[in-house]
Design a protein around this ligand. Structure first.
Ligand code: PLP
Length: 423
């Protein structure tokens, strides 16, 4: 029976039970962490060959580039061809760069702020600037844009992506809205994949800013948990067909494919945008780390090599995600006090607890030895107006620890809800 339907005396009994369950959990003296979406050591081991497959006597790329030397600002062509197929970007329009796509996002936005865009527009730093942030979203996107002086504007998400009526109205009337974040597949943190119809409208919509950019962060394009899986959209062709070929900046990386923090990041866009980006990049770099790019090329061999590798990740990750949803269902399924996502890919489960209790749940969990992402992290300025959204990241701990942590988390959700209902 739903907790919200209980009489006051039944609710008081439920609170007492929730307290007892919580205290029993807290008494175990655990130290568990389900905060950040990092791969587990078992996943990192899958790419162990990266650490040995380029040696002193074998460091030429297939086209004969000595990867130990300067040059090749665009990255190794053979690796760009592989990831171009996977990300649906023609290789000449896909740069292979350093270890972090977040850095590429920072560079692209910084270049636009300092120099203006490829359309020759006024540098964004010389104007008021705002950026649309679908919520719940990725905290580092928000922090990055805020650090560069953008005002963050929340827009709602539903099961198919951002709510477009809201987006279209904002961008049509406000020339200070220069861009929009978007994680098109298995979004961080809700796991939503944008529908083709929404994507089409995003690249076609009228924008008051002539230099509006869609920051298409396809960080989880290859991270399917189940088959059949969602397909990568050819967003550059859709944008070109809509008459806005320069609107989209695509980002991706192998951070959660090979070694997080030691992978290869990619930037894809129209020819004009790639020339614009490399034009500014050339002042900052003589070329990326091609040794690491050759390691990745040898490790994967071809696009099928990447796909096969991702199946191994899914086999490790799937049981952890299933444990989260199974335990939440068992512990909270009848209470009507929380809902949660059951993603088909990516790294996160989003739990919506009783409004007004997310920060209390996080605090209770911390005191019981389960570290959760701080409440509000999924929203611009760390302010969740409903104080309800909590991001759970089950990838890093062992399956057993995920199970224990989620049992404890569920006890906290129940206790906080009982407290709230009785307040
Ligand atoms: N984009 C999204 C949506 C992410 O969730 C993450 C990491 O969690 C990143 C980017 C970071 O990517 P990178 O390691 O390539 O900087």
């Amino acid at each position: 029976m739903s907790l919200t339907d209980l009489s006051r005396s039944d609710l008081e009994a439920a609170l007492e039970q929730a307290h007892a369950d919580y205290e029993a959990f807290a008494g175990r003296g655990l130290a568990l962490d389900i905060t950040r979406g990092k791969p587990s050591a078992e996943q990192l081991d899958l790419a162990a060959d990266l650490l040995t497959n380029v040696t002193a006597d074998d460091c030429l790329s297939p086209s004969g580039v000595d990867v130990r030397n300067y040059g090749g600002l665009d990255g190794l062509i053979e690796l760009r061809e592989i990831f171009g197929q996977l990300l649906r970007v023609p290789a000449p329009q896909l740069l292979a760069q350093g270890n972090s796509s977040l850095t590429l996002m920072h560079q692209a936005l910084s270049f636009a702020c300092l120099f203006g865009t490829s359309a020759g527009t006024t540098p964004w730093a010389q104007q008021p600037r705002r950026i649309l942030c679908p919520v719940p979203g990725y905290d580092r996107h928000f922090d990055l844009a805020e650090a560069l002086g953008f005002e963050l504007v929340s827009v709602a998400m539903d099961d198919e992506g951002p709510v477009l009526e809201q987006v279209e109205e904002l961008v049509a009337t406000d020339p200070t809205i220069k861009g929009m974040w978007l994680v098109p597949m298995y979004s961080n943190p809700t796991g939503i994949t944008i529908s083709a119809e929404r994507a089409r409208r995003l690249v076609a919509m009228k924008t008051a800013a002539e230099d509006f950019k869609l920051l298409w962060d396809n960080a989880y394009a290859l991270h399917h948990l189940r088959q059949p899986h969602a397909e990568v959209l050819d967003i550059l062709s859709l944008a070109a067909e809509a008459g806005n070929p320069d609107r989209v900046w695509i980002f991706a990386s192998t951070s959660k494919v090979t070694h997080a923090g030691a992978g290869v990041a990619f930037f894809g866009a129209s020819d004009a945008e790639i020339s614009w980006f490399t034009g500014h990049l050339a002042a900052a770099s003589i070329g990326p780390d091609k040794v690491n790019q050759l390691r990745h090329l040898r490790f994967f061999g071809d696009a099928d090599g990447v796909v096969d590798h991702m199946v191994k990740h899914a086999e490790i990750l799937r049981p952890k995600f299933e444990a989260v949803t199974r335990i939440l269902g068992q512990r909270l399924g009848d209470d009507d006090i929380a809902t949660w996502t059951d993603p088909n890919g990516g790294y996160f489960v989003t739990v919506s607890v009783m409004p007004g209790t997310a920060d209390r749940v996080v605090k209770l969990a911390a005191e019981a030895g389960v570290k959760l992402t701080p409440a509000g992290s999924t929203h611009p300025y760390k302010l969740d107006p409903d104080n309800a959204v909590i991001r759970v990241a089950p990838s890093m701990p062992t399956l057993e620890d995920v199970e224990t942590a989620v049992e404890g988390f569920a006890a906290c959700v129940r206790l906080a809800a009982c407290e709230k209902l009785l307040a």
